[in-house]
Design a protein around this ligand. Structure first.
Ligand code: BDR
Ligand code: CA
Length: 307
């Protein structure tokens, strides 16, 4: 039976690929998508999400609008490859009535909650707000598999990865909630680089989702090539979905992870006691290695699946 998932996103090109993968891969059933601020203001991330489900063959997946801003953080710096409108026709779909936070609470307190993995690929504001409003969610969400964090080096600062940096107070609530967490951080996503050649091959699959995803992958890869001189690009959020579809592709280590809130240069860091010297109870299964070949196989399976 397919694994039910809910994605919490800030679409964003790589979030779009993650949505399409979760929505089309036979191993997952995408129950809903909740949207937050992050890569762009909420009005843009919501519009992009609606475009993605409408033009990516997922019209029946409900979309909920969530938080417009972080708890107390200043809005994070936005980069042009993410802070943009996806090149698709304007959506005719509308978000569901009600706030994403209330949807998450109702859903996880309902019968399908304990069987549905939550996949945040964005700042964790919606999840933290839901946990504050309904603390029993901590016993109802069976696992969070999140694209977030970095135990070596960040991207938005040398210390911090974007999704954590954009709302560290929210991330701290989520990481301390007691919910089992799998962290798919930058060290992992950097091991699953996708190339322009891969994007061309994906496009050739010729499904609706492959055409949308290939364009977003191409734009992200080009950014990595132009900006960092890399030979491929990180499709960050798709790695978290792939780790739900095929958990064996990700090697993890149980680690105590604290979210840094106060450091002048380190705010938003996921401080990971990788060696275990601190002898504290681990709270996160930190991804340390991803099998790129298996990741690509999962990506092609999802993108190649017809209606
Ligand atoms: C994360 O930040 C966002 O820009 C991407 O969508 C991804 O979720 C990578 O740091
Ligand atoms: Ca994202």
């Amino acid at each position: 039976m397919a694994q039910k998932v809910i994605l919490d996103v800030d679409t964003g090109g790589d979030d779009a690929v993650a949505i399409l993968l979760a929505g089309h891969h036979p191993a997952t059933e995408l129950a809903a998508v909740t949207v937050t601020h992050g890569n762009a203001p909420l009005v843009v991330t919501l519009d992009n999400t609606l475009k993605c489900v409408e033009h990516g063959g997922l019209r029946d997946v409900p979309v909920y609008a969530g938080a417009e801003r972080p708890f107390i953080a200043d809005p994070a710096p936005l980069d042009p490859v993410q802070n943009r409108s996806l090149p698709l026709p304007a959506p005719t779909l509308r978000p569901q009535p009600g706030h994403a936070v209330d949807f998450l609470i109702d859903y996880y307190m309902g019968p399908d909650g304990p069987g549905t993995i939550l996949v945040p690929t964005a700042p964790q504001t919606n999840i933290a707000l839901a946990l504050l409003k309904e603390p029993r969610l901590a016993q109802r969400i069976p696992r969070i598999v999140t694209m977030a964090g970095a135990y070596l080096e960040g991207n938005v600062t040398p210390s911090a990865e974007f999704n954590i940096f954009a709302d560290p107070e929210a991330a701290r609530i989520v990481f301390n909630s007691g919910i089992p967490i799998t962290m798919v951080g930058l060290e992992v996503t950097a091991q699953a680089l996708v190339t322009l050649d891969d994007a061309t091959k994906l496009k050739a699959l010729n499904t609706v989702q492959a055409k949308v995803a290939a364009e977003e992958i191409r734009a992200e890869v080009q950014w990595f090539m132009d900006t960092l001189g890399w030979t491929g690009g990180q499709i960050y959020d798709a790695c978290a979905v792939a780790a739900v579809i095929d958990p064996g592709l990700l090697e993890t280590k149980p680690v105590r992870v604290e979210i840094e809130l106060t450091g002048q240069h380190t705010r938003g860091r996921t401080v990971a006691d990788l060696s275990g010297y601190q002898k504290k109870q681990p709270n996160v299964d930190v991804g340390v290695k991803i099998d790129r070949a298996r990741f690509m196989r999962v990506l092609f399976e999802g993108m190649g699946r017809g209606e």
